[in-house]
Design a protein around this ligand. Structure first.
Ligand SMILES: NC(=O)c1ccc[n+]([C@@H]2O[C@H](COP(=O)([O-])OP(=O)(O)OC[C@H]3O[C@@H](n4cnc5c(N)ncnc54)[C@H](OP(=O)(O)O)[C@@H]3O)[C@@H](O)[C@H]2O)c1
Length: 300
């Protein structure tokens, strides 16, 4: 199986589909990663320190690489710097901890997870994200990571970052799906040579916040009717929507049949007419809403 690739602004290739691991439970995530790499044909895993499962993922990666079924250099591994590690003096240590947990010598991509800095008790503190970024630039210099990027950055945040830094982020990982297509951000990033990874590309079925009245994206009649017309599943249509817009998609699953179903989204393409129908589903609606965690709206 040949996965579609995108070329980052570093010249490196990144598989356009990968396995997400947020809320991938202990006791399941390692097997999901093994299955994805050894049986389903994935070569890209999306991790983060805050998911608290990097040690189990590291065990799985180590077994896969030591069996030789898949080589380290053929897998693209992303992780993310958590908010409590934004102090420039803590960035390297945080990255080394992730590398130790994942049992790796280097990461292909390291992202600043949010622009928000917090102290160890969770209070929001004032560390300009440009300073954190400069410490992340040093990680590239020392070879711990091959590329750096950001996550949950708006156009304004990127503009401010670009004015002050040496390395242009290779990636902006943001929520993106038909209810939140973010066309303006997509065009802005394209112009600046920053790629986009779409997180929650399926609309987090099963993971909506309690009380969220928004109908499940995966059950939307338009998504279902397009799926029927192509003989594909609604999940595959949602992933294809991302692939056809040129973004990277990272669906999370620990269910082997779904892990296989999701990567099969590479096997077809949507017509422009169907992409337009899906774009018209914009609400906009965020499934990942930081105001619920930190009491501040997304764009502040
Ligand atoms: N940078 C950030 O701030 C950020 C935020 C959110 C997410 N992410 C990353 O993006 C990844 C994906 O986003 P997400 O986990 O929020 O949401 P998602 O991938 O849109 O949805 C995951 C949910 O969909 C289910 N599922 C997977 N494949 C399915 C299929 N074919 N049919 C029906 N249901 C299916 C999964 O269940 P099962 O596992 O039970 O199969 C899981 O409940 C994350 O895991 C994480 O790596 C990053």
């Amino acid at each position: 199986m040949v996965l579609p690739m995108i070329e980052l602004n570093t010249g490196m290739n990144m598989p356009q589909i990968g396995l997400g691991t947020w809320k991938a439970e202990a006791g399941k995530v390692g097997e999901a990663v093994r299955y994805a790499l050894e049986e389903a044909g994935y070569t890209h895993i999306d991790c983060a320190a805050i998911y608290e499962n990097e040690a189990e993922i590291g065990e799985a990666l180590s077994s896969v690489f030591s069996r030789g079924s898949v080589k380290r250099e053929d897998v693209f591994i992303t992780s993310k710097l958590w908010n409590t590690e934004h102090d420039p003096t803590r960035v390297r240590h945080a990255c080394e901890k992730t590398l130790k947990d994942l049992q790796l010598d280097y990461l292909d991509l390291y992202l600043m997870h949010w622009r928000i800095a917090q102290n160890d008790t969770g209070e929001i503190i004032d560390i300009p994200f440009e300073e954190t970024w400069q410490a992340m630039e040093m990680l590239v210099e020392t070879g711990l990571v091959r590329a750096i990027g950001v996550s949950n950055f708006t156009e304004d945040m990127l503009t401010s970052l670009l004015e002050r830094v040496a390395i242009v982020p290779a990636m902006n990982q943001v929520e993106m799906h038909p209810y939140l297509p973010q066309e303006s951000l997509r065009a802005f990033c394209h112009e600046k040579n920053i790629h986009i990874t779409a997180y929650s590309p399926l609309g987090r079925p099963g993971g909506q916040h309690e009380g969220d009245p928004t109908p499940k994206l995966i059950d939307h009649p338009i998504v279902m009717s397009i799926a029927k017309a192509y003989g594909k599943t609604p999940a595959q249509v949602l992933l294809r929507f991302g692939l056809d817009r040129g973004v990277v998609v990272i669906p999370k699953s620990t269910t082997p049949s779904r892990i296989a179903e999701n990567i099969d989204a590479i096997s077809f393409t949507l017509s422009q007419e169907d992409i337009t129908k899906l774009l018209a589903l914009e609400i906009p609606h965020r499934y990942v809403e930081p105001s619920l965690w930190w009491g501040i709206p997304y764009f502040s």
